[in-house]
Design a protein around this ligand. Structure first.
Ligand code: DC
Length: 224
């Protein structure tokens, strides 16, 4: 049976993966899947249930019971956890800071990998994360490694905060980004890696629409 198409977009935090992956999915009419949102949703669930983030046994049990869904409502990509819309809550700073604990547990990653792989049975997908090309879909038809300099990623975050009426501290934002990069790259299980078969795109200075067009052109080769 012919496999559905997968565009795997990996890269560090704040490199623009979500913006670009959503636009590529829209252009091609593929399903967009934000795997970071799945790790965040489980972290939120653990926090709400008061499960200590070092109690792997209870965390894995909790993950087995969790129902994570992606729904498209009024043009928005929403994340549901156990039937409740948690799209905003999973972006809270407390969740951002704690998610790497959950993401470092192999049994939890395996539960999410299974959910992520199942989606391909039904849809062509654009999936973004850290380990999509390496672990979830090593056979993805298109693999992209999207990056941008620490300074540029910090500048974008600063602007995002500003739009929310928050005055950020550039130095602190840069430090947080470097901590997150280290958490992603130094993790023993499924670390973020730049694969030799991925198309590396540094979008520090390239406008979003050009990056989107580039990825769409990579896909065109697979469709013909
Ligand atoms: O992309 P993001 O910032 O929303 O990701 C949230 C966290 O989940 C971050 O700690 C990295 C981790 N993550 C991961 O380990 N593997 C993925 N495929 C996606 C995210």
């Amino acid at each position: 049976m012919k496999k559905n198409l997968v565009i795997a977009i990996d890269g560090p935090a704040g490199a623009g993966k979500s913006t670009i992956a959503k636009l590529v999915a829209e252009k091609l009419n593929f399903m967009y899947v934000d795997t970071g949102a799945m790790y965040r949703a489980l972290t939120l669930k653990a926090i709400k249930k008061g499960i200590p983030l070092d109690d792997n046994g209870r965390l894995v049990e909790m993950a087995r019971e969790a129902k994570i869904e992606f729904r498209m409502e009024s043009g928005k990509n929403l994340v549901y956890l156990d039937g409740e819309d948690v799209s905003d809550e999973i972006r809270a700073e407390e969740v951002s800071k704690a998610t790497h604990h959950i993401a470092s547990i192999l049994a939890i990653r395996e539960i999410l990998w299974r959910m992520q792989r199942e989606l391909r049975d039904h849809f062509n997908i654009v999936m973004e994360g850290r380990d999509i090309g390496s672990k979830v879909f090593p056979d993805a038809q298109v693999k992209v490694f999207l990056e941008a300099s620490v300074r540029e990623r910090a500048r974008r975050r600063y602007m995002q905060l500003k739009e929310m009426g928050i005055e950020g501290d550039m130095k602190k934002i840069e430090e947080d980004i470097m901590i997150r990069d280290n958490n992603d790259q130094a993790r023993a299980i499924a670390p973020l890696v730049r694969l030799p078969d991925a198309c590396a795109i540094d979008n520090t200075q390239i406008p979003v629409d050009q990056v989107v067009d580039k990825i769409v052109s990579l896909v065109s080769g697979c469709l013909s």
